[in-house]
Design a protein around this ligand. Structure first.
Ligand code: FES
Length: 230
């Protein structure tokens, strides 16, 4: 597994090396260490010329988005191996990752290494609001980032069920969700948790649960309010 810091200083996980190894690669020169630090601010704790300490939770979220359970198990095995080699500080949740500078990253994944994530248009049917969302971001994240407060959120990890929605149009990838809040039947009907779905095309969704009732109440109140005399 490789973490790529690309030509535009964006960090993402490439999976072309499988899960047996973990390495940070970049086309940049070693003299750009300060920029590298800035690019990974909040994700890493310590950066040196030959290694960096990367937040284990960030890494798991980056590789785990939309992946199956076997991926998570593979990730667990990788962390166990690194821990045995002293590359994981279990108490702190950071992993020491070797850095390779000045690599021709296009050779690592031909035609794909420099590919930017796709951007999709998302529409909230209840309110008519629209926003853009990258294929690597959850729909909830895209909605919050666009400043639409209509979709409530809690744990951001598929556990509390507060961000329940119904997708009525479009394709998406699903991450893990609590079965207490969405059953297999729900998923079959497009009822999912917005914090755990990632758009593969433009999407249209409806609010579900309390958020839907709240918007409905607001619309009803607006319709019933008396018109002002001119
Ligand atoms: S915010 Fe908790 S399940 Fe989505």
């Amino acid at each position: 597994m490789l973490i790529l810091i690309d030509g535009e200083w964006c960090a993402r996980v490439l999976q072309c090396n499988g899960l047996h190894e973990l390495l940070i690669v970049t086309p940049h020169h070693r003299r750009h260490l300060p920029k590298m630090r800035a690019a990974m601010d909040g994700v890493s704790r310590a950066w040196e010329l030959n290694s960096a300490e990367i937040d284990q939770k960030w890494l798991l979220a980056a590789v785990g988005a939309g992946k199956t359970d076997s991926w998570r198990e593979g990730f667990g095995a990788l962390v166990a191996r690194l821990w045995a080699r002293g590359q994981v500080d279990e108490a702190d949740g950071f992993i020491r990752v070797p850095v390779r500078w000045g690599i021709d990253v296009s050779s690592l994944k031909p035609g794909n290494a420099r590919k930017k994530p796709d951007c999709h248009r998302i529409r909230i049917e209840d309110t008519g609001q629209e926003f853009s969302c990258l294929s690597e971001s959850s729909v909830l994240h895209g909605c919050v980032f666009a400043g639409h407060g209509v979709l409530p959120s809690g744990c951001h990890g598929g556990g509390c069920g507060i961000c329940r929605i119904k997708v009525v149009q479009g394709r998406y990838a699903c991450g893990q969700m609590s079965r207490q809040h969405v059953s297999d039947e729900d998923i079959a009907q497009g009822i999912v948790l917005a914090c755990r779905i990632y758009p593969l095309s433009d999407l249209v969704f409806e609010l579900a649960g309390k958020a839907a009732s709240r918007v409905k109440d607001t619309n009803t109140t607006r319709v019933q309010s008396p018109r002002r005399e001119q």
